[in-house]
Design a protein around this ligand. Structure first.
Ligand SMILES: NC(=O)c1ccc[n+]([C@@H]2O[C@H](COP(=O)([O-])OP(=O)(O)OC[C@H]3O[C@@H](n4cnc5c(N)ncnc54)[C@H](OP(=O)(O)O)[C@@H]3O)[C@@H](O)[C@H]2O)c1
Length: 252
């Protein structure tokens, strides 16, 4: 790997992904990050990266559309050329949307969407991008506390995130010959736009979370970004196939 590291972060335009790419920029790592539909926010993040002295590239991607990943990989090659390199070092599979459904109300279409965005997307995007990744790189897949504990209305989302954790262990095993470490960051409830901004904007939900969290509050993106960046840093090179819950001690 060259000294100048390059990260690919999906869903880097808002929330946890945005905190991650901004933080990476401040530690000298340039990012190719994706957004889904919110181009304006992506452009604001790109401007901040340039200001931080680590210009990045924003690309549009729907992680639920695996059929588009070949053309995304082609765009990635162009973005790498823009950054003056041919390969990247770190992949953070972060993009995602929520689903608040019970066993009684969940539909097949919603389950298919969750599977496509959160599981199939992570698997096949990683598959398509691996040829562009340096040996010795790192992958961080974003799961959720809901892979470990249940909460009302999360019948699809929690189990799909649990599947991502199993996927990550298998990735770690298969990518070991290339010395690529694969870890999982599992945030607790984080105050972002996610789930309609529920954790941030609904006082009742926010209070319930605080009451069930040892450290007494809901999380913010600035709680999670440093952990992701830490897992990509030199000192964490021997951490592999692990799940780190970043939830202030929820439901312990
Ligand atoms: N917030 C929480 O409470 C929480 C807790 C545990 C785990 N997580 C996980 O953490 C990750 C990030 O969540 P967040 O809270 O930062 O969310 P967020 O603030 O809502 O941001 C989501 C990001 O993902 C992108 N995105 C959404 N759907 C996409 C799709 N189908 N294809 C590609 N990109 C898509 C969005 O792009 P646009 O801006 O273009 O829409 C945005 O950049 C997700 O995997 C989520 O499941 C979140």
């Amino acid at each position: 790997m060259s000294d100048q590291k390059i990260a690919v972060v999906t869903g880097g335009s808002r929330g946890i992904g945005r905190d991650t790419v901004l933080r990476l920029a401040h530690s000298g790592v340039r990012s190719i990050f994706t957004y889904h539909s919110n181009r304006a926010d992506a452009e604001t993040v790109a401007a901040s990266l340039a200001e931080a002295g680590a210009p990045g590239v924003a690309l549009q991607l729907d992680t639920g559309e695996a059929a588009s990943f070949d053309s995304f990989a082609a765009q990635m090659k162009g973005a790498l050329t823009t950054l003056g390199v041919t390969r990247f070092d770190y992949l953070v599979n972060n993009a995602g949307t929520s689903s608040n459904r019970t066993l009684e109300t969940v539909t097949e279409a919603e389950m298919d969407e969750l599977y496509n965005v959160h599981f199939k997307g992570v698997m096949f995007l990683t598959q398509k991008l691996l040829p562009l990744m340096n040996d010795g790189g790192r992958i961080v897949n974003i799961s959720s506390g809901l892979a470990r504990f249940a909460m009302p209305g999360r019948i699809g989302y929690g189990p799909i995130k649990a599947a991502v954790e199993a996927l990550s262990r298998n990735m770690a095993l298969e990518l070991a010959p290339r010395r690529i470490a694969v870890n999982v960051v599992a945030p607790g409830p984080i105050a972002t736009d996610f789930s309609g901004g529920m954790v941030r904007d609904n006082p009742e939900v926010n209070r319930m979370i605080a009451e069930n969290t040892a450290l007494g509050r809901a999380g913010v993106p600035e709680d999670v970004g440093p952990v992701i960046v830490g897992l990509l840093s030199n000192g964490f090179g021997w951490v592999n196939a692990q799940r780190i819950e970043v939830a202030g001690g929820m439901h312990i």
